[in-house]
Write a protein that binds this ligand. Sequence first.
Ligand code: CAA
Length: 258
Amino acid sequence: MGYQNIIVEKKGRVGLITLNRPKALNALCDALVQELGQALNDFEGDAHIGAIVITGSEKAFAAGADIKEMKDRSFVDVYLSDFITKGWERVAQCRKPVIAAVAGYALGGGCELAMMCDVILAADTARFGQPEITLGVLPGAGGTQRLTRLVGKAKAMEMCLSGRMMDAAEAERSGLVSRVLPAEQLMDEAMKLADRIASMSAPAVLMVKESVNRAYETTLAEGLHFERRLFHAAFATEDQKEGMAAFVEKRQPDFKDR
Ligand code: CAA
């Protein structure tokens, strides 16, 4: 598929998606979201890809849903088409790990897109916010839900009610991002992390992702039970034998399922 709004590359075992609407600060128009879904489908179906990185430009990861595209839409239109949920959730449903490498603005749908990923690495230039309130609406792709779970009620409420942005340092302090990096190192570090994940046993990687995500959906007792069952299941893989044998033999593991 020829892409107009994103750049899709394979770098070894890592799938790299670069949002590419520079003139609109990577505003997430319908066509871009559709292309993003297609690229994720392709990477998900490619056994050689073990992890995915989504990034934007130096100035903007993404400045939100495309305001120009949605400003005249009616209630019936957005309701019937299930606007925002449809398409966008593809990112959250991806089974392979997805890293968001965020520099510059990650606002509205941009912040929500980053939060659908599994890890957010932020450049020191990153700014996160849910400014939908300033447009007379509210976040529509998980902002009030995922942000609240990640940074807690007080900060989520303040950001969604006022539109205030967080800088990278505050985002790291608050648990929204896993690490802040000098802007010039962001992509190197994101690719290094994705490479490392892609070098692990694929079943173990998918099980980790499933299990961590389960923590957001269930009680502690159920989550622990779920984790233990997956842990037991990992002993059915060749990679468990190889990983543990390699440790004992003081060598690097050679995982088969990756
Ligand atoms: N949609 C459409 N176009 C956008 C856009 C968006 N979300 N954000 C920026 N652009 C466009 C601007 O209209 C402008 O285009 P023109 O040159 O044709 O006028 C271009 O990108 C550059 O933007 P600015 O001139 O505004 O750049 P700036 O550096 O002065 O400001 C900014 C940067 C603070 C990010 C500002 O662009 C901004 O506030 N953008 C909107 C942020 C926002 O409100 N996002 C939420 C959208 S709603 C949403 O996302 C709903 C949801 O929950 C899914």
